[in-house]
Design a protein around this ligand. Structure first.
Ligand code: NAP
Length: 317
């Protein structure tokens, strides 16, 4: 039996990078002074903990904090949570905030423009001292598709559309996005892939998307297509990508996420001349806007309104 809910001010417990935590604390002091904001391991009275933001929640969270009402992810995904181990009634909310969206739009736009304007090829030519112009293809003839039409996928597509690219998107359920050809489900994927010059992965990691970037998927792309992978490392089968690069099926890959992270020293992807790797920096939660987004969700929760980014635990995202 759990003890009755305490009368002390509700505690918001932050369990992620403490430097960012102190920036969250500032925002809470200004915008939600009624909340006792604490940074792990300074939990205070465990019975007063009603809200938690975590990258990795503590084990036995339900027993440790019997009055916890909402668990927020401090990042955009919840794949680092063991959703089955959390109390069944506990709402889980992923991070949706403008800083993450802006960072992702910048990263993917940069990667797509880099590929579109043949910069990887020019970098290789420069190493050889080779002056060789390539034909310039207009954006209006370049087909870009985003796997995942969520908050990030749609924002990226809006930017790419404004640059004139031919845009398509793929998701689990059917969507309508102005100026974007939308496809859904396994059948939709078969129609979507053959029409892409550049495929961008912005899917959450779930049982259904683990290993989705594999040789079968690559074989459905036109020969010489490129990949920008900014979802999660475990969605990519590295050996299949190396094979597809060797055969020329995939011309170029930009990888921001790998499995494992960091990618082990000496891994074949590190030195592949047609692969660019960045260390999971495409987009990061910005402490100020993240804390403000969480406070906004706390207001919604208390008003009985739906919270932005509420995770459907059966779907896993
Ligand atoms: P989101 O709003 O939850 O959107 C996810 C999208 O993926 C939805 O359109 C969903 O379809 C689609 N989807 C999920 N499972 C699918 C499946 N099995 N088949 C087809 N489509 C599927 O997520 P988000 O905020 O856009 O973020 C997406 C992911 O980006 C995150 O989960 C994270 O992994 C990654 N990310 C990476 C970085 C980085 O720095 N590299 C930073 C932030 C986020 P429906 O619309 O039909 O539900």
């Amino acid at each position: 039996m759990t003890s009755p809910a305490p009368k002390s001010p509700p505690t918001f417990l932050y369990k992620a990078d403490p430097v960012r935590g102190r920036q969250w604390a500032e925002v809470f002091r200004e915008q939600a002074p009624e909340i006792d904001f604490r940074i792990w391991p300074d939990v205070g009275d465990p019975d007063a903990v009603r809200f938690m933001a975590a990258w990795e929640p503590p084990e036995q969270i339900g027993e440790l904090f019997p009055h916890l009402q909402v668990l927020f992810s401090s990042g955009a995904g919840v794949d680092q949570f063991d959703l089955h181990a959390l109390p069944a009634h506990l709402p889980v909310v992923r991070m949706v905030e403008p800083g993450i969206v802006q960072g992702m739009v910048e990263y993917v736009t940069h990667a797509v423009l880099d590929l579109h304007r043949d910069m990887p090829q020019y970098r290789r030519q420069q190493l050889r001292g080779e002056w060789r112009p390539l034909p310039v293809r207009p954006a209006s003839q370049r087909r870009v598709g985003v796997l995942g039409l969520g908050s990030l996928g749609q924002a990226v597509l809006m930017q790419l559309k404004s640059l004139g690219f031919i845009c398509a998107g793929w998701s689990r359920s059917t969507h309508t996005v102005a100026g974007v050809d939308c496809y859904a489900g396994p059948d939709g994927l078969c129609q979507f892939l053959p029409r892409l010059d550049i495929a961008v992965c912005l899917l959450p990691l779930t049982d259904a998307t683990r290993g989705i970037l594999n040789s079968e998927m690559f074989s459905r792309l036109p020969k010489g297509a490129s990949l920008v992978h900014v979802g999660r490392g475990a969605q990519l089968v590295s050996e299949d990508l190396l094979e597809a690069l060797a055969s020329g099926q995939i011309a170029q890959a930009v990888l921001d996420v790998t499995d494992p992270e960091p990618l082990p020293y000496g891994h074949a992807l590190w030195r592949h001349p047609h692969v660019q790797i960045t260390p999971h920096i495409a987009s990061m939660t910005q402490p100020q806007s993240a804390a403000a987004a969480v406070i906004d969700n706390l207001h919604r929760f208390r008003a009985g309104e739906p919270m932005t980014g509420l995770v459907d635990r059966r779907r896993g995202y």
